[in-house]
Design a protein around this ligand. Structure first.
Ligand SMILES: C[S@@+](CC[C@H](N)C(=O)[O-])C[C@H]1O[C@@H](n2cnc3c(N)ncnc32)[C@H](O)[C@@H]1O
Length: 241
């Protein structure tokens, strides 16, 4: 039984339309054909543009982490698959306290599954994995306005693509590439991809071609060194692009 309150106050409902989705509806929506398949694909991207405390994103993560376990033959493989499944989940939320809960709920879900996996594989906890999850969640969950595409500081919302490179010496490397939300939307519109107007539709995020990437250069973005997937937590900024 779901006992989580669906409203915090009448004022917040009136001002921000804040009503949280009950778990049974989340499950039903995520079981819809097309959506279900994407929840079962570690690399399929989800963006929840009014994420609240993460009703949808936390359940998608739960399903992804179960899948990561099924697809892994060792703890190391689970750690990589779990981070890949996490790295493709994105959220935007207007209110600070909701963002804090969103980040905390995703982190707790990740940790709970990680402790389970450690137990099942009789392995050891790695702080590197925990730190990498933390960096991914704080980059992917943005406090901002999904309608204006701006953060609380009136700067453009920037998302990171975690581009997983082919395995080398048995390890995945990752390249972190930043794009503004504005550019992502424009690119999706010109590609005729899914609209952000609908929660939880799969978006073809980060499909910028080289020409369009050049158009966005006036927006300061960070460039990151390519690192092992489990070293995202220690990723170094190379230069300001
Ligand atoms: C109906 S609630 C849904 C929350 C969550 N998706 C769920 O299903 O439980 C809408 C959420 O959108 C947030 N919100 C309202 N306007 C927004 C905007 N312009 N940009 C981003 N988030 C917004 C509210 O603070 C609230 O948490």
């Amino acid at each position: 039984m779901d006992e989580k309150p669906l409203m915090k106050s009448k004022e917040r409902v009136r001002q921000h339309g804040e009503v949280f989705t009950p778990k049974w509806i989340v499950d039903k929506m995520l079981d819809q054909p097309g959506i279900k398949e994407a929840t079962e694909n570690l690399r399929a991207t989800f963006l929840e543009p009014s994420a609240g405390e993460g009703a949808f994103l936390v359940e998608i993560l739960n399903r992804r982490l179960n899948l990561a376990y099924q697809q892994s033959n060792s703890l190391r493989e689970y750690e990589e698959n779990a981070l890949i499944g996490l790295s493709t989940l994105y959220g935007i939320e207007l209110l600070e306290d909701n963002v804090e809960m969103l980040v905390m709920n995703l982190m707790s879900e990740f940790e709970m599954h990680y402790y389970d996996a450690i137990h099942k594989y009789s392995g050891n906890y790695s702080n590197k994995v925990f730190q990498s999850a933390k960096v991914i969640i704080s980059a992917n969950m943005v406090q901002g306005n999904a309608l204006t595409h701006l953060t609380q500081e009136n700067t453009p919302i920037i998302f990171s693509e975690w581009k997983i490179l082919p395995k080398k010496y048995g390890k995945h490397k990752v390249e972190r590439i930043e794009s503004t939300f504005e550019d992502i939307i424009e690119q999706n519109e010109s590609n005729g991809s899914a609209s952000t107007a609908h929660q939880d539709e799969q978006l073809d995020l980060f499909a910028l071609d080289e020409e369009q990437e050049e158009d966005t250069e006036e927006v300061p973005k960070l460039r990151y060194k390519v690192v092992d997937l489990l070293d995202i937590g220690q990723q170094i900024v190379e230069e300001i692009a």
